[in-house]
Design a binder for this molecule. Sequence first.
Ligand code: NAP
Length: 466
Amino acid sequence: MNDTQESTGRPLRIAIVGAGPAGFFTADQLVKSKKVEASIDLFERWPTPYGLVREGVAPDHQSIKGVTRIFERVLAHPRVRLFGNVQFGKDVTREELRALYDQVVYAVGAQTDRRMGIPGEDLVGSWPATDFVRWYNGQPECVDLEFDLGVERAVVIGNGNVAVDVARILLSSPDVLAKTDIAEHALDALRESAIREVVMVGRRGPVEAKFTNVELKELGALEGVDVVVDPADLPRDLEEVASRQDRRVARNLEILADFAGREPTGAPRRLVFRFLASPVALLEERGRVRAVRFESNHLVPDADGALKARGTGEFDELDAGLVLRSVGYHGVALPDLPFDSARGVIPNHEGRVLDRSGGKVVPGEYTAGWIKRGPSGVIGTNKACAAETVAAMLDDAASLSENDAPAADPDSVVDLLDGRGTRYVTEKDWSRLDAEEVARGESLGRPRLKLVRVEEMLSIIGKGEQ
Ligand code: NAP
């Protein structure tokens, strides 16, 4: 018998809010732990699990989605249950989870985008890239968004991997995308797209760009697309500069130098890299975005020596009918939970929730993933992040006594949700949805055809008419 069972006489009962990568890596490590016997309930606001793997990872990056095989094994574990279509704060509250579980983990990711804070940001035709990503990935909330792709030029603000993803999807051949699990409505719209040029703009230089090598290189291999990099934007002593950088930056510089050396082929579409420019306003024509006004930048070290963009006082305008700001995600506060609104995270120390930033530990509550550390890193980064949280949970579990532990029956949560009329989706229900999507995709030669409406999902699993 392990520590927790000795002290409480039953498995440790854990609720995880958010069935994305951070939630699943946490669950995986908990069920595999030899220190405790944990039973885990995963609560997810959508009927479908996997979070960013489903709604964030680009459809033409199927290999990254292979991580769901690990998550499927977690869901198949007899001590793991899924409660999908359950919204935290509405269908189940913090207080209820705390009463029903020994430990609660919040792993809800970063649900919104950062803003640029410039005039015209909310004009028609200006969008957060995160909305565009959720739209082409078929996230139910974004299905009905209408992106006007009948324009010639799109500007993507930012030099991270999300900027790269949206630029690539805008410029990819629809026939290539038709072999992926891109949402059908997005594929239809992209087939009609008139976009001929995407300009991706970094406020700092090529050395400071955040994209990674594979993603950058892929942009140079897009069918029917010329990539344009001004050689003057690259350091003159490129090899010397590269030798002082980490491998990612050095390789990015090599790739950009390759792009800069290419002759235009007259391809039908272009991707233009622009560096050292900040948008200062979006300009309007008849209520829509018409152009972006930029100020050129130079780089100056801040107090810590990091290079920051500073305006030179030179301005220019670039016509654009679509503007996607890809300047990072931002966490959203959960009802009743402490929140650090500047950083967009739940205040925590190594995964233990704190009552405020730098404050006291709130016993029994934990956090993992982007809502714990901010929106950085790739899907796999969440594994190490979860490991830190799980270590804290296991340490704390050893000192739980029967008095601390809720005695509620594991089915109390089912009664609670049933009593509220919540049509929760179980792991078996999800298997049906999954099989349905794969079957619908099969005849089209696609990995799956995503269901994008919650009502349709619920009706397929026979919960539509409840
Ligand atoms: P990110 O990597 O943090 O990049 C944000 C970009 O926005 C940076 O270039 C940043 O410039 C710029 N920016 C921020 N504020 C700005 C402003 N006010 N004006 C102009 N530019 C501004 O964020 P992300 O692209 O959203 O990606 C989030 C995380 O997901 C990253 O860790 C990323 O690697 C990961 N991801 C991975 C993949 C993949 O593996 N294929 C795909 C998508 C996302 P500064 O550097 O100057 O701040």
